[in-house]
Design a protein around this ligand. Structure first.
Ligand code: ATP
Ligand code: MG
Length: 335
């Protein structure tokens, strides 16, 4: 991992921090957009309450986890306690309710791994995905949100990494690259590793929040207001952190042996996770442990081809941050 001494590559690196922070600021949703989202959600809530007694809506994904850039889609989870219907049937029922309310482009994707209904609200033009009974996503969104409250540098770093991944087209799970969720976990893990650490490991602390989802117990310290000064011994700014992040994934990560684990705040071996072989389509070429569903490798979507694409992009980004005269432009150049 990049230490201060390595900064010899780029003595002027921190002069780019203000520019990077300006890019970060430009990505934050406006108050107006937030207000529109709240209006839309209130409408959706009243629709479901009146048409479907006992059903409840929860927000998850980037709207709930504090890592949402402007004009993001909204991810909603419908919670219903009805064992007589499959998720696909519940998605179809939700689609009918939305159509009768004149929502646009309502599509029920019942055959997806996670069945969802997609639609657009004609009033606010917001696009929304609704999944069913996926409470683990609601809980992991809360974990990400709680981490974002500990140190503002996480949100800065994660926004820039997500923005880079979108510009460079390496944020497309259907094409074998990584989800936004995976990138945020990579950022959290990276900040847990800094010396001194910028983020703690909330799941290794005395739990103040506990829920059971299916068979999985989710527990961690969530009184993050008490941790606001956790990272203050580390004075690194986002320029250094962004370069360190790409340097790590380009030159230091042990792709053959290592698993990154936010849950333990450290590294595990592929061996101990039994992630050494290809099983079906799961190859484990880059290993990121889900913090709660620990048998779940978020890198499992990555294949022989896309691992090359990803690693080439990490290399490109690291080199730009080390030597390019205009890193803030080159880094985000559209692919
Ligand atoms: P974006 O701004 O790109 O929409 P996002 O924060 O909504 O980003 P996504 O990757 O779209 O992130 O994921 C939305 C949510 O779905 C995540 O916060 C997480 O709760 C859940 N999720 C996504 N991918 C996975 C996965 N592979 N395993 C478990 N949960 C996932
Ligand atoms: Mg999303």
């Amino acid at each position: 991992i990049l230490l201060r001494g390595d900064m010899r590559y780029r003595p002027d690196l921190e002069t780019f921090t203000p520019q990077l922070l300006a890019i970060h600021k430009g990505l934050i949703p406006s108050q107006e957009e937030k207000k529109k989202q709240r209006q839309f959600l209130a409408h959706l809530d009243s629709l479901v309450c009146s048409d479907w007694p006992g059903a409840k809506l929860f927000l998850y994904g980037s709207c709930a986890n504090d890592f949402g850039v402007c004009n993001s889609d909204i991810d909603v989870c419908l919670a219903v306690d009805d064992e007589n219907f499959t998720k696909a049937q519940l998605v179809v029922k939700m689609a009918e309710i939305l159509r009768s309310d004149n929502m646009q482009n309502v599509q029920a994707l019942t055959h997806a791994r996670v069945p969802i209904v997609k639609f657009t609200d004609p009033v606010t033009r917001i696009s929304c995905d609704i999944c069913v009974n996926n409470m683990l996503a609601v809980v992991n969104s809360k974990l990400l949100h709680d981490y974002s409250q500990v140190d503002p540098r996480l949100r800065q770093l994660a926004f820039l990494v997500k923005h880079w991944a979108k510009c460079r087209q390496v944020n497309e799970t259907y094409r074998g690259t990584l989800s936004s969720y995976a990138y945020v976990l990579m950022c959290i893990h990276f900040l847990q590793q800094r010396k001194p650490a910028i983020l703690p490991c909330l799941q290794e602390m005395q739990p103040t929040y506990e829920v059971v989802v299916g068979k999985i117990k989710c527990a961690y310290f969530d009184q993050v207001d008490k941790l606001k000064s956790f990272g203050e011994w580390n004075k690194e700014l986002v320029g250094t952190l962004l370069m360190g992040f790409f340097d790590y994934w380009a030159f230091h990560h042990d792709y053959n042996r290592s698993v990154i684990s936010v849950r333990t705040g450290g590294f595990l071996s592929k061996e101990e996770k039994d992630w050494t072989r290809r099983i079906g389509n799961e190859r484990h070429l880059i290993c990121i442990e889900d913090p709660f569903e620990v048998s779940h490798d978020l890198g499992r979507v990555v294949d022989r081809h896309s691992i090359r694409v990803l690693r080439d992009e990490f290399n490109r980004a690291a080199k730009i941050l080390r030597q390019d005269p205009n890193p803030c432009t080159s880094l985000f150049e559209p692919f």
